[in-house]
Every structure is written in C-alpha cells, then in structure tokens.
Design a protein around this ligand. Structure first.
Ligand SMILES: [Zn+2]
Length: 473
C-alpha cells in the first residue's frame, strides 16, 4: 500500500503523530538499550531486538539503503543520483542512560506507554525519537519516489552515552577512509526552549555549532600515615582539600568566544531593552570592544550561562582516610572540566598546576578526554535548518550556541562543512530535567515536528531534479 503523500509544505505542525507512528517509537523504547562503561556487559539482546524492530518497521529503508554495522552501530548509505557528493550525515544514537529511580516513574521506564498526549520512556527524547524520526522521513521519501541528488548517510551509534569509542569513532573512521565531505552534519544538542532564558518571552531555537571539550583531572596526595596524635603540619586529606579549594576558587578566565557573540547577536531582537543596548556594542565583529568583558561577566553570573563563557571547574569526587584516629596514607579528588573552544586539555592541566602550587599533589588525567570541537561558521546549511525550524514553529528566535555536554558529533570533526546540533522540539525547563532524569517523554506534537522537520530537510536536500529520477524508477 502506497499512501498518497504530498510534498511537505512550509506550514506549521499543529497536530501530533497518529497512534501507528507513536507505537513505532514506543516499540523502540521497550528495548532497554542501556550503554555501560564496561563493553563486556552491553545489552546485546536488547540492541538486537531494536535492530529487528527497525528492520520490520522501515522495510523500504532496509531494502534500498546500504547498511554497514559496527558492533550495534548502524551506518546507512542512501546513494545520491549524482555520485561523488555527500549532502548530509544525520547522526543519532540508539543507546540510553540507565534508570536508577524506576519506582518514581509514572510508567515503567522501558514499558513504552503511549497516551493521548505523550510517548513515555527512557530515550523518548534522548535519542530514540531522533533515530526513528529520521527513519520515518526516509521511509516516507522512498515511498514518495524522492531520491537525494547527493548521497546521505544515517549514522546511529550504540555507545554515545559512554563516549562513542565502539560506534561513532569507527563510523567516522570509515567515512574518513571514503573521503567523505558532507555539506551538513546534524546531531542532537540544541532544542527550542520555552521560558528557559531569562527575560525572553519567545521560544528560542538553539542551533548549536559545536561543543565544549571534556576532561577529568585527578588530584592525589600520598603520605606516610601514622597516629593522628602526631600529625605534623598537614595530613593527606588536608593537603588535598587545600588543592581542591584552590582549583575551585581560581577557575579559568572568562572569555566571549565568536560563537557565543554570534548567539547573542541573533537573540538581540528578543532581549529586554537594557541588554539589547549593551549587545549593540558587541556584535560578532566587535569582540574586542569594551563591552565584551562586561557581557562575559553578566553571563558568568548564573551557572547555566557561565558555562558559555568559561571552561567550567567541578570537583565531583573526593575520598581519603579510613578512621578518625588514623592518619590517611592517601587521598584523591576528581575534578571535571568542560573546556571552552580556545582552551585545551593540556591548558587545563597546566592551569591546575599553576593554581595548586604544590608539588606534593599529583595531577593527572583520568578516563576519556576530548578537546573542544572546531566551530564551523553558520553557513547555508545553518540557514536552511533555521528556516525549517521557523516554518514548523512560527514566532521563535533562531540562534547558534555551543553544546555544553558531549555528543557523538565530536568524533566527526572535519567530515562536514557545517555541523548543527539541533532538534525542533519545544521544551520547557521542566521538560529538560526529564532528559537523563525521571519520566522522560516526548509529546505527540513534538514528535510530529521532528518527523516533519526531517521530511522537509530530505526534500530540500533532494532538490527538484531528483523528483524526476524517482518517477522514472
Ligand atoms: Zn543523547
């Protein structure tokens, strides 16, 4: 059966998805594809169940695109009618974070419950809705005879939540070996937030252009130990505590980077008067003006915006000592840094040494670290995404920005002209807290926006001439 499908319009989406479409997502949410740090205990059976579901739910995609797997990661190649060019790499991830408060959920996190308004479950937003929305759109396009002029890749990782070494890293390597250079790389990250930014009464679409880096630094102190009645001048615990306090009290300097200046310039129209005046003094070319440090200081006043203007420092773990009357032989602390473009992992280590000023404190990196991504300028691909978002949800402000966390797209550096981290779903602050939290869910309306966005994007990438190709099949 071939439903009659009209070309996507440019009108806003006002109705949610049907039961049938909602159920396809819900079935994916019922697969508990939880990623774990230890590659030995992956939820293999759950990933295989998800793979079988995708293959059954999207038969055209699986008949007509070329699929290469890397572990449970899935890289689909949709051949363009003009070979040799790549228009887009659409990323999403199939894995989800664990749930440790299942009894607090309204519905069990892996039950995939659909009601009148929402589709509930871990992964409903992050990130299975994006995996399924892309597949819904491609399945639709194949049914409508649409073929892209330039090749499109779909890359669905299986270990994004644990740094992507088994999935995204290998898929990106494969694409590099094929000399792929796409016009657009699209991934998770920014959304349309409503009522989140202070003093802005319009929803803000954050089409983010890059992400911060990541590093965890271990501070450790080793002493001889002994009885606490003769401690000497300081213990390992005291020495470590001083080091942690120094690192926390002296963060890396504030800086207004070009992408954040661009973000603010685009938001200017929606800002209250005093802020607007100030920003008129700092446009993207005016970074060196007197107002730039002032703007950076204003942003630094709240934790959510401070993250935009500096490498953040978060002491997260501290341990040492066993008993009140025994001198500790060792103590250690972990400090997590999110690194602003322009800083680097090695600059973070150098900064720690400089502010701690104590050779008795060992400073080293632990776990995975990543440099801040290259930030691509807002080119034509950005403009296209912004236009599609504005059509879907009229009245929004579209702007750029930086993803404060880490996504799989950092592994794809250099594989595309423009990288955008964005999904056109409208979320409030309370909705944002559900991501990685309790009661994750997506509204039928947001899911409809997401699918329609991908359809329109594909239709635009395909361009008019490809319609003829499809018709000849
Ligand atoms: Zn995610």
């Amino acid at each position: 059966m071939h439903p009659i499908i009209e070309n996507p319009s440019s009108s806003p989406v006002t109705a949610g998805v049907t039961d049938e479409v909602a159920e396809r997502l819900a079935a994916a949410l019922r697969c508990a594809t939880v990623s774990t740090e230890d590659p030995a205990d992956t939820a293999d059976a759950e990933f295989l169940r998800l793979a079988r579901h995708l293959e059954a739910a999207f038969p055209r995609v699986h008949a007509e695109l070329t699929l290469t797997t890397f572990g449970h990661s899935r890289l689909y190649r949709w051949h363009g009618t003009e070979p040799g060019h790549v228009s887009a790499i659409l990323l999403a991830h199939q894995d989800v974070v664990p749930v440790d408060d299942a009894q607090r959920w309204t519905h069990p996190p892996f039950a995939g419950v659909v009601d009148e308004e929402f589709i509930w479950g871990r992964g409903a937003i992050d990130d299975k809705s994006r995996v399924l929305a892309v597949l819904e759109a491609v399945e639709w396009a194949l049914g409508a005879g649409i073929r892209p002029r330039h090749t499109v890749f779909l890359a669905f990782g299986h270990d994004e939540e644990v740094f992507g070494d088994g999935g995204a890293v290998r898929m990106a390597e494969y694409l590099r070996a094929e000399n792929v250079r796409a016009e657009l790389l699209l991934d998770e990250g920014g959304v349309i937030t409503d009522g989140v930014a202070d003093g802005i009464d319009r929803p803000v679409a954050s089409i983010m252009l890059g992400e911060k880096g990541y590093a965890t630094v271990r501070l450790s102190v080793t002493e001889t130990g002994g009885h606490s009645s003769m401690p000497g001048r300081q213990t390992a615990v005291g020495r470590l505590a001083r080091a942690v306090a120094r690192v926390q009290d002296r963060p890396m300097p504030l800086r207004l980077t070009p992408v954040i200046a661009d973000m603010l310039a685009r938001m200017r129209v929606a800002l209250p008067e005093p802020h607007r005046k100030l920003l008129e003094l700092t446009d993207t070319r005016g970074l060196a003006t007197l107002a730039a440090p002032l703007v950076a200081r204003i942003l630094a006043a709240a934790p959510s915006t401070e993250a935009m203007v500096r490498t953040t420092t978060a002491p997260t773990v501290i341990r040492g000592g066993v008993k009140a009357n025994v001198l500790p032989q060792s103590a250690e602390a972990l400090v997590n840094f999110r690194i602003l473009p322009g800083d680097s992992v090695s600059a973070v280590l150098a900064h720690c040494r400089k502010v701690i000023r104590d050779i008795g404190v060992a400073i080293d990196l632990v776990g995975a670290a990543s440099e801040p991504s290259r930030v691509t300028g807002p080119g034509p691909a950005y403009e296209l995404i912004a236009e599609l978002a504005t059509d879907l949800v009229p009245g929004i402000v579209t702007t750029t920005g930086l993803v404060p966390g880490a996504t799989d797209s950092r592994h794809y550096d250099g594989l595309a002209e423009t990288r955008c981290n964005f999904a056109p779903i409208v979320l409030t602050a309370a909705d944002l807290a559900r991501i990685h939290g309790t009661d994750e869910r997506i509204s039928r309306l947001n899911y409809a926006r997401l699918i329609e966005f991908n359809r329109r994007l594909i239709a635009r990438l395909a361009a008019a001439s490809a319609q003829g190709e499809g018709a000849r099949r």
